[in-house]
Ligand binder design. Structure first.
Ligand SMILES: Cc1cc2nc3c(=O)[nH]c(=O)nc-3n(C[C@H](O)[C@H](O)[C@H](O)COP(=O)(O)OP(=O)(O)OC[C@H]3O[C@@H](n4cnc5c(N)ncnc54)[C@H](O)[C@@H]3O)c2cc1C
Ligand SMILES: NC(=O)c1ccc[n+]([C@@H]2O[C@H](COP(=O)([O-])OP(=O)(O)OC[C@H]3O[C@@H](n4cnc5c(N)ncnc54)[C@H](O)[C@@H]3O)[C@@H](O)[C@H]2O)c1
Length: 487
């Protein structure tokens, strides 16, 4: 039975991933009635098929790799991981794919939840198809925030992929057992993290990269160190290669047959056989069926916003796009930061107060362009924020580059003997402030926030000289970098 029901709120949020939840939390805190629409699980990709399960799979892998280098501890971790126990831990960390707790949190925060698929239906209107097939029409007095996230993007030039049912990041994070053989396509974050996880869980992993390096958007030494460790762990790395053809063989022992191409016309290609095939080939926006045409936008596109997270192509400042869907920085923490800013913008406009859009103002997501921290959870970890040398060259920015080998630090020796890792800090020579930092090495993830604080506060190098890192920790890298720079 179809019924039509119209409800009015101050704010309508489409998508209850980490970002939508935070937009709603901020607008409710500002006294605006808010409804959030969710078609799958409250908590979004991050809680069930991305950050949480992937890090639960990776923690034992990294800890074992580190422990195997610590004298006295190494014999205790000599054997393989208990795969079943790791997968059970992953299940718990993904809340067994139940959103009960997050629904409770929404209630406690005063956010109304409407389950169903939301679509824009003209300015300030959202039509929701609920699970029982009925339609609810939502009217927003002040704002609609699109927080529908992203999904895995598969290559569009490979025939027969649908029938093959390849893994995407969803299957790679939620699989119930380790395949005997796994081929991973891609050389970015998902590819390197999932190759690390599944190799340590017992799969024989082959990684197929069309580039000549891993993690090629980061400083080159990041991909080099990660590649070295992946190879030591037994991963077969194939560079400069793409898939030319893929098919599932017949019979009870059906497997996936892949023909690789090394890019040269004359090559016959190389054949690979595998049990599972993961495409870790980037993301696409979830905007193909959200009614964008009803507000004059093209379906299936990323939504472009200004720094206030307002969609630029729509008039009257009522439509916002926050999180993955705006392509500004596809990370949970950065999307949640945008959500806090968008919430403040929506509240200010609703109250008729002026926006503070100056540099680092309260109503601009300034960090999206100056300081996006990110950590790749591989062995070794890669942690980066701000500019890289590649970006500085591309954008013509003059920077001083200071490198330091982390293995020279007493703190690194204490961490694991034979520690290998590199730090690179980029300094603006005129303003004498840090504008970028990359750390690669075991345990560097927790070091990253110091660099983020240095960049966003624009702390002068001469003041950082007075920020004394404790001995013997890896954070003494800051002292060494400053000593090197000051000569
Ligand atoms: C394998 C993997 C690992 C990752 N690990 C990390 C990590 O360690 N750290 C990190 O910071 N980031 C990580 N990310 C990125 C992170 O998952 C995303 O940046 C984050 O989930 C984006 O949040 P979001 O709320 O914008 O979108 P999503 O999390 O995608 O949430 C969007 C929500 O909207 C809902 N929705 C979509 N369309 C509609 C509709 N029409 N109507 C109603 N509801 C709808 C969806 O069901 C979903 O619940 C990882 C990503 C992947 C793929
Ligand atoms: N630890 C974290 O914070 C974390 C972890 C995983 C994912 N993420 C987020 O998810 C995003 C997506 O990750 P990703 O690894 O899927 O994307 P990515 O953009 O990092 O890497 C995509 C890779 O796929 C390759 N590729 C693309 N199309 C291809 C094709 N047709 N054939 C062969 N190779 C192809 C690219 O060359 C690249 O190597 C990341 O950018 C990041 O924002 C974050």
């Amino acid at each position: 039975m179809t019924t039509e029901d119209t409800r009015t709120y101050d704010v309508v949020v489409i998508g209850a991933g980490p970002v939508g939840e935070n937009v709603a939390d901020r607008t409710v805190a500002a006294g605006l009635s808010t409804v959030i629409v969710e078609s799958e699980l409250v908590g979004g990709e991050c809680s069930y098929w991305a950050c949480e399960p992937s890090k639960a799979l990776l923690r034992p892998a990294l800890l074992r790799a580190e422990a195997s280098r610590v004298p006295g501890l190494d014999p205790a971790v000599a054997g393989p991981l208990d795969t079943a126990a790791v997968l059970a831990h992953r299940d718990r960390m993904s809340a067994h794919w139940s959103d009960e707790d997050q629904v409770e949190w929404l209630k406690s925060a005063g956010i109304e939840l409407l389950r169903g698929h939301g679509r824009l239906a003209g300015p300030r209107r959202v039509s929701v198809t609920t699970p029982d097939g009925s339609t609810v029409l939502l009217h927003a007095r002040h704002a609609v925030a699109v927080c529908t996230g992203s999904r895995a993007a598969l290559p569009d030039d490979l025939a027969g992929l649908d029938a093959l049912r390849p893994w995407t990041s969803r299957e790679a994070t939620a699989a119930k057992e380790a395949p005997r053989r796994l081929v991973v396509v891609g050389a970015g974050v998902v590819a390197t993290e999932m190759a690390t996880a599944w190799q340590s869980l017992g799969s024989e992993v082959t990684l197929v990269a069309r580039e000549d390096a891993l993690l090629s958007r980061m400083e080159p030494f990041a991909g080099e160190l990660v590649a070295e460790q992946l190879q030591k762990a037994g991963v077969d790395l194939r560079y400069g290669t793409t898939i030319r053809h893929v098919e599932r063989t017949d019979g009870p022992d059906s497997e996936i047959r892949i023909l690789l191409s090394d890019g040269t016309e004359l090559s016959d290609g190389t054949e690979l056989l595998t049990d599972a095939l993961l495409f870790a080939t980037g993301r696409a926006p979830r905007t193909d069926d959200i009614g964008l045409d009803t507000v004059g936008l093209a379906s299936g596109e990323w939504l472009t916003t200004d720094d206030t997270l307002t969609v630029t192509a729509v008039r009257d400042d009522w439509l916002y796009a926050v999180g993955d869907v705006n392509r500004r920085a596809l990370f949970t923490h950065q999307g949640k930061y945008q959500a806090r800013i968008a919430g403040a913008v929506i509240a200010a406009r609703a109250q008729g107060t002026p926006l503070d859009t100056g540099r680092w103002g309260a109503h601009v997501a300034a960090a999206d362009t100056a300081a996006v921290p990110h950590v790749v959870v591989t062995d070794p970890e890669v942690a980066a924020v701000g500019l890289t040398t590649v970006e500085a060259e591309r954008t013509g920015r003059r920077v001083d580059v200071v490198d330091y080998e982390l293995g020279n630090l007493a703190g690194a020796h204490q961490y694991v003997p034979g520690y290998r890792g590199t730090a690179r800090v980029l300094i603006d020579p005129e303003r004498r402030v840090v504008v970028g930092a990359t750390f690669v090495g075991p345990g560097v993830a927790e070091l990253l926030h110091s660099a983020t604080v240095a960049i966003t506060t624009e702390a002068p190098i001469d003041r950082l000289w007075h920020a004394v890192p404790p001995f013997p920790t890896i954070s003494e890298v800051w002292l060494r970098i400053l000593e090197t720079y000051r000569g």
